[in-house]
Design a protein around this ligand. Structure first.
Ligand SMILES: Nc1ncnc2c1ncn2[C@@H]1O[C@H](COP(=O)(O)OP(=O)(O)OP(=O)(O)O)[C@@H](O)[C@H]1O
Ligand SMILES: [Mg+2]
Length: 308
């Protein structure tokens, strides 16, 4: 074998070792959706870019790890990785505590699918998406917690837009096609505890898809196969479409976001009636100018209770 052939063989072997992530997964005995691929060291990354024209690797990495613009999110008032004592972090500590306790702690007894949480509201614009994302970020910021954030507002999705990630394939493609798998739609992010499932394409039978047996089996599997994960669903407003009500029947806990000092009590009560069969419903006052003691503290949040 000539020196050139030897060099070529060596380069081929090196390329194989560095460009096929599935070899690595097989060695570890893990499936793609179970693994957060570690970010390659700078030199390795450079090496990959300079030695291959194989776009498959770049596509795989891009698909599996969404690079979220945390600086932009921070400017919009969202929690970002490593935040420990901002106002939003403190507020969401209080908001998540009862939910996490109901999901895993003593409070979970008697709650079916306690780790699945739906964020909804009566009307558009009350802050569902803002709450769903911040809650997910707040929980994922804890080292030992895993969160899956699902955009189930399939008619008017916005999680992908806010986070700057792909919208398709997502929940709709999974429900519509037997060829689309769970790992095809699940996106890893640079925040190790956070994964996302986008809404997917617009579909004229999206209501039917959300109420299908496949959706019921999907949420059952999410709850039983990943019992240590919190799954947060962003949803449409309850009084604008039936989809919110359909989703509420599938989860263990519902957060009803209420725009403080704006949404009428009669409207909120109508939503509470629609949620009568849910195990746990927490009303979250959003955009409130006062805290519970009556002090003004900006653009805040806090729980209240509605009873029948
Ligand atoms: N507590 C808050 N602090 C700051 N901004 C907020 C807060 N709650 C909501 N917003 C902002 O208000 C706007 C509407 O919120 P959001 O999109 O979350 O509402 P939504 O209920 O999801 O609306 P839709 O029904 O259209 O999906 C967004 O620009 C969001 O960033
Ligand atoms: Mg929304």
């Amino acid at each position: 074998m000539s020196i050139i052939e030897k060099a070529l063989n060596k380069a081929r072997n090196e390329k194989k070792q560095t460009t096929d992530p599935t070899d690595y997964l097989n060695e570890m005995g893990k499936s793609a959706d179970e693994l957060t691929i570690p970010t390659p060291a700078k030199e390795t990354k450079k090496h990959i870019e300079s030695t291959t024209n194989d776009n498959r690797l770049n596509t795989t990495l891009k698909k599996q790890i969404a690079d979220i613009d945390w600086v932009h999110l921070n400017e919009l008032g969202f929690i970002t990785p490593g935040d420990t004592n901002t106002v939003a972090v403190e507020e969401y500590r209080n908001i998540k505590r009862p939910l996490v306790n109901n999901a895993f702690g003593k409070g979970s007894e008697g709650i079916t699918r306690s780790n699945l949480i739906l964020i909804t509201s009566s009307l558009p614009g009350e802050g569902k998406t803002f709450t769903a994302i911040n809650l997910a970020l707040s929980i994922a910021n804890e080292r030992d917690k895993q969160v899956l954030l699902i955009d189930a507002d399939v008619a008017r999705p916005s999680i992908s837009k806010v986070l700057g990630i792909q919208t398709e394939p997502g929940l709709i493609e999974y429900l519509e096609s037997d060829d689309v798998t769970f790992s095809d739609i699940q996106i890893n992010t640079t925040m190790p505890g956070l994964r996302i499932i986008p809404a997917g394409k617009q579909h004229k039978y999206s209501t039917e898809l959300l109420s299908s047996n496949k959706m019921a089996a999907f949420v059952d599997e999410l709850s039983s196969r990943y019992p240590d994960r919190i799954v947060i669903f962003d949803s449409p407003p309850l009084l604008a479409a039936t989809q919110g009500e359909i989703l509420a029947r599938l989860v263990g806990q519902v957060v009803l976001v209420v725009e403080a000092e704006k949404t009428m009590q009669s409207v909120v009560m109508e939503s509470v009636d629609k949620l009568a069969n849910c195990d746990v419903v927490l009303a979250l006052f959003n955009k409130s100018k006062r805290n519970i003691d009556g002090d003004y503290y900006g653009y805040g949040y806090g729980y209240g209770q509605y009873t029948h």
